[in-house]
Design a protein. Structure first.
Length: 232
């Protein structure tokens, strides 16, 4: 009887492992599909503007070879440090650039793409930018939207004082990493799409890196990985 119970326990363990693997593969497939949609939108943006959407302004001065490895900020749970390339990659204005914004007073304030609230341009400080390139005033309209089918599950708010910023997110549960900490910004667990167009590390200059970072648990070990628009 004990032998039978042991065999059943082993089979159940195998079943759980197979189910977990299937779930991860489905999740990764959905993420890659969403990434292709974003790539198409970014390329369409370039066709309209002649350049890729701006990224975080701090990317221009990064020493990429160093910041891929060396931690810059303590900004996620367990006081964990993260590479600057990932940190600034996550804080990007892609949502606003690809959806377009109305502005007034020559970019002093902007209307969120969902048309809900006006907010000052100073709110973009975490992105290290002064404003949004794809914006228009008066009777003009911003170009696009380049993501016309964007759903509410594909972008999430990050609270900044009395206002909030929106970031594009992937369909992943980023359990170990959150956008919170050093800048005092927090909104639960997010899996932000990371973006670098001014100083790409994995693609050629003049192109862009687009990726999301996630983790898997294997035999008690946390394995981090990137799903990105480059060849492994």
């Amino acid at each position: 009887m004990l032998t039978v119970i042991a065999i059943i326990g082993t089979l159940m363990g195998i079943g759980v492992g197979v189910a977990g693997l299937a779930t991860r593969k489905a999740r990764d497939a959905a993420t890659k599909g969403q990434m292709q949609t974003l790539i198409t939108a970014i390329e369409s943006y370039k066709s309209s503007f002649g350049s890729y959407p701006p990224d975080n302004g701090s990317n221009r001065s990064l020493n990429v070879s160093a910041t891929l490895k060396n931690p810059l900020v303590t900004s996620w749970p367990q006081n964990e440090t993260v590479p600057a390339y990932s940190y600034y990659g996550a804080w990007n204005p892609l949502y606003y650039e690809l959806m377009g914004c109305m502005s007034k007073d020559q970019g002093a304030s902007y209307l969120a793409p969902d048309g809900a609230t006006w907010f000052p341009s100073s709110l973009f400080a975490p992105f290290n930018i002064a404003g949004i390139q794809n914006s228009a005033e008066g009777t003009d309209k911003p170009k696009g939207p380049f993501l016309p089918g964007l759903t509410a599950s594909q972008y999430k708010p990050v609270q900044v004082g009395a206002h909030r910023l929106e970031v594009l997110v992937a369909p992943l549960d980023w359990r170990e990493l959150q956008m919170k900490g050093s800048l005092g910004l927090a909104n639960g667990r997010l899996s932000p799409w990371c973006y670098n167009s001014s100083n790409p590390a994995y693609n050629s200059p003049g192109s862009f890196d687009l990726w999301v970072e996630t983790s898997e648990h294997a035999r008690g070990t946390i394995i981090r990985k990137k799903i990105g628009n480059w060849k492994e």
